[in-house]
Write a protein that binds this ligand. Structure first.
Ligand code: SAM
Length: 335
């Protein structure tokens, strides 16, 4: 079965945010002024349970979803995440299951995640410079902890690791090339992300964005690269490989090169709200349906009713007016 939206885009990817909590306070994502001690996070009974997530995931796979990415908040702060992965990884028809993490808790969990069936992993690491990284995560976690997590993941068989770095002008753009240099030849793939106007709390401005072309230009000046074709339709990162054959890097250029035309992603929030766009302002409440006793068919029908009329293409129509919308927070929906 395949569901297509109003522009003919199929539903293929499901991103599940398993918690709105995170042990980092990245200044561009969960600034302390807003996500401080008084911030009201979701209560345990508000979160979808692993049973509920698994049931929904099975229905999504029946509707054509082939790939699931777990995210957060920080997914590894949710207890026994490997149990959820164990349930999801055996779903009939699911081809890929992956996870995005800040890597701080990965060292102790990598083996259990892999053994539960996790296929791949993405670790966020914005800079190799300790002062820069700690000023960005704002909780004092050093680079070495994250590198240890990446090593543990690779040793567990989650190889290669994708290493995501958000680039913000004046904050970490002077460390772009170091990151590429460090991972060149290791097999791991650095992917630079243009700073995006997600959510409503990160004070985004266009002049904070370092365009993908500039990022690639900096790397290319020291380590020449050439473009590579996408692995598959709808791939988010544009790929570049080193001319000397020692690996590749990517850029996720949602601002300067929007990729809405191929977007096959749907997102489930920790409390069961369904979003058809990362820049959405409102979700559809699947938890209410599940908890009111809806059957699988009724849930599938509801998902179809959300996906079929979908016309989202936020990044293509971004303007001064859209930037101020009250969009769902990145730390809630997970990217
Ligand atoms: N805690 C996990 C992590 O750090 O990867 C998963 C959730 S986090 C919200 C997912 C990704 O979104 C991270 O790579 C983070 O750097 C990125 N991110 C957060 N805010 C962003 C923004 N405004 N623009 C671009 N990427 C952003």
């Amino acid at each position: 079965m395949s569901l297509t939206d109003a522009f003919g885009r199929p539903l293929r990817d499901l991103r599940i945010s398993v918690t709105d909590r995170c042990n980092f306070r990245c200044t561009y994502c969960m600034p302390k002024e807003i996500f401080g001690p008084d911030h009201q996070f979701l209560q345990r009974d508000e979160l979808l349970s692993y049973e509920e997530i698994t049931r929904l995931a099975r229905i999504f796979v029946g509707l054509g979803v082939e790939k699931i990415r777990l995210t957060g908040g920080e997914p590894l702060v949710r207890r026994d995440l490997h149990e959820l992965i164990g349930r999801l990884s055996v779903l009939d028809g699911l081809r890929d299951i992956t996870l995005t993490t800040n890597g701080s808790l990965l060292k102790n969990q990598a083996k259990a995640l892999k053994e539960a069936g996790l296929k791949r992993i993405t670790v966020s690491l914005d800079s190799l410079d300790d002062a820069v990284f700690q000023s960005m995560n704002d909780v004092g976690v050093p680079v070495a902890t994250i590198l240890g997590g990446i090593d543990a993941a690779a040793a567990a068989g989650l190889f290669p690791v994708k290493v995501n770095a958000v680039v913000k002008r004046g904050v970490n753009d002077h460390t772009i090339v170091d990151l590429a240099r460090h991972f060149k030849g290791t097999g791991h793939i650095v992917r630079y992300i243009e700073f995006m106007d997600v959510g409503a709390t990160n004070g985004w401005r266009l002049d904070h964005v370092v365009p993908a072309a500039e990022i690639i230009g900096k790397v290319n000046a020291e380590m020449p690269v050439e473009p590579v074709h996408a692995n598959y339709r709808g791939e988010v990162a544009k790929r570049w490989r080193y001319l000397d054959g020692t690996g590749e890097i990517g850029v996720i250029a949602s601002i300067t090169q929007p990729f809405c035309g191929d977007c096959s992603r749907i997102r489930l929030s920790p409390e069961g709200e369904l979003y058809t766009c990362l820049f959405g302002t409102r979700g559809f409440d699947l938890r209410a349906l599940i908890r009111s006793g809806a059957s699988d068919d009724e849930l599938a029908e509801a998902i179809g009713r959300v996906w079929r009329p979908r016309t989202d293409r936020y990044s293509e129509i971004r303007s001064e007016d859209t930037v101020g919308l009250r969009k769902v927070e990145m730390s809630h929906i997970g990217g």
